[in-house]
Write a protein that binds this ligand. Sequence first.
Ligand code: ATP
Ligand code: MG
Length: 772
Amino acid sequence: MAFDPSKLPSLLNPEQLRAATHTGGPLLVLAGAGSGKTRVITYRIANLVIAHGIEPWRILAVTFTNKAAGEMKERLEKLLGPTAHEAWISTFHATGARILRRDGAAIGIPSGFVIYDDSDQLAEMKRVMKSMGVDPKLVDPRKVLHRIDDAKNHGRSPDDLAKRPGYDELSRLTPELYRRYQKSLAAAGAVDFGDLLSRLVELFEKAPDVLQKYRNRFRHVLVDEFQDTNRVQYRLLQMLAGDGRGLCVVGDDDQAIYRWRGADVTNLLSFPQDFAGAEVVKLEQNYRSTQTILDAAHAVIAHNPTRMDKRLWTEESGGAPLELVVARDERDEAQQVADRVRAALRDGVDAAEVAVFYRTNAQSRVIEEAFRLGRIPYAVVRGRSFYDRAEVKDLASYLRLAVNPLSSADALRVINKPARGIGDTTVGRIEAAAEEWGVGIVDACRQSAQIPGLNASAQGKARSFAQLVGKLALEAANGSAGAAAEAALKLSGLEDAYLAEGSDEAVDRLDNLRELVGAAKEWDQTWTPPIDPDEPEAEGPTPLAAFLEQLALLGDADEKIAGPKVALMTLHASKGLEFERVFLTGMEETVFPHSRALGDEGGIEEVAEERRLCYVGFTRAKRRLVLSLARSRVLFGNLRFNEASRFLGEVPRELFGIKGAAKPSRQTGVHVVYDDARGEPEIDLGDDDGFEDRYQVDYSFDQRPAPRQPEIRRAVVRAPAPDTGAPFRIGMPARHPSFGVGMVEGIDGDKVAVRFPGVGVKRVVARFLQAV
Ligand SMILES: Nc1ncnc2c1ncn2[C@@H]1O[C@H](COP(=O)(O)OP(=O)(O)OP(=O)(O)O)[C@@H](O)[C@H]1O
Ligand SMILES: [Mg+2]
């Protein structure tokens, strides 16, 4: 056996050792990032098995992701050998599925149940609504599903919801829809994602003997990332762990980043009360990062109003200063990040030790492109590569249909996306007719009156789909990719459907689609048609056709990269991981913190959660942390001029290696100038693109803020006032002779970006504008 418990004191510090070897009662390890919480769990399991003779199958360890579970299994296998696989190490959901497969029959769940994904759920809900005569136009099936999922995360049954009926149609109908939806899942022998937990609770409640069996079995239950458990997960733990004798949870309140998905950090904070006699161990030494990185992370998180103060220290004193990259725009940012990554790889840094983080998925596109162009091996971690995403493929299918209405695969993909009432049976009949007549799906739809078995309503819907494709073909006729993509987004109804859904996920998807539209517009401007020397006069492909071809090829190239890869991921996906070098991109207000945390729905709690996300991001870095921002950014198809993220302003400037005087950065020519007299550092891009490049980072808020209003402080990278003398500022209304009155969104030299209602954002020379 590779693991020798007597070696533990050399592998763990005294506090870690105490946690790893504690027996006889509930245990909470509450500690900051990189302090060895996950390591404690791993060694604790090894120690239980070897020193205490606990059979591995009596151990249940819950991790946050499947990836984390895989890594822990691997480490344990090295310590314990093959028996390590007998321990149950997995996520809450996977654990739920495993138990339900074995014992779900007690509550009528067959062992061969299927797990429904999003689209299955939606189809099911629509069927239920139909059977109840509920018009999906009045009550959005996705919203109903969202409510049901939320109810499941909180352990609420249909009856619970019925006790507190709402006043609007959605709230009034949800309890009954929920009840019937569960019924029809049961009839189909299916469960959805939320059921994997909520039905497990039900099983344990209704079949105490089953619960007893697992309680007897699992002598030890260990939970990583405990701060992000939700109500129903906590309930499960209470059931399984009983009085908590064998329960060990580890977490960090500063890394609670899933509140929006029902996670409740009070589970962590109330643990000592909920489990009497709980031992609490705090770890303070960080083994991951340099002191510089820790100081930066601490400086940021310290701005959160309510938190347990924890401070980490490390033996890695000092460390390289943080780097700040101020890019012209998002492409320049991606390029600069790619350049630095390439330089690191050339210097011998392992690609697997480099990661690039971003706040939202849509930001990955530009970075992926820069990496692809620069031949940097990369992988998008969790979450699909931009062009692989379902919604992006949907919109691409509309574009392909616009160019080639014969493509039946594309037609079938989107014939009912967004939902337009063309059900499976109808699709089946259309397909059969198309085959019989030897025409494409769209053509068959056009002649739907002749399709056997279709009623008038189905005929009408099929015909409208064909008409839609016809309209798109017309829009696409001039060959512009941007115009076609925009038309497809609107005419297809995808935009409206996602807007109407309004859930976080829908907003994300719509953002991705707008990003694709942005990519298409950019393509129009940058693509030059190839000239065939053989036939110089011949008509080449249109920009749209070339764009679609490029989309089709992109997926292929990705597959071919083998070996270590640079990891691209959202900040959320980075939890628990560590890398030598971390690039955190998009350090701008409205990007990060995300606009959702800043808008009407946002508040101190939302910004605090974004700040925790920032803390998570910083603390992934072992030695180098690079922060980047762009002066202007096209994101979701809109041009923005964002202020620098407040989080940037919360990092003491010394950590950027700047002491008072000017300090040019060698690699990029970016100058960060701190003018001590005014205490206002300035960033000078030092390029010669003709623009005035002096940006100010306003640190004036650094004077002690009022304690309960931390969010009024702001870091500002401020564009200089336009030199026209016109008094325009971001957020002001302005009038243009032909576009009317709009809102100023950005100022760049003498150009002002103004959003005009119904027109969009226009960059106009300031002297054509009038202040209103
Ligand atoms: N006593 C120790 N000796 C040597 N290395 C250690 C020690 N404790 C932790 N480490 C190393 O420090 C790094 C961080 O540990 P770990 O991932 O367990 O921290 P964590 O508290 O789980 O962090 P996070 O909060 O980010 O999940 C790992 O590489 C781990 O192997
Ligand atoms: Mg961890």
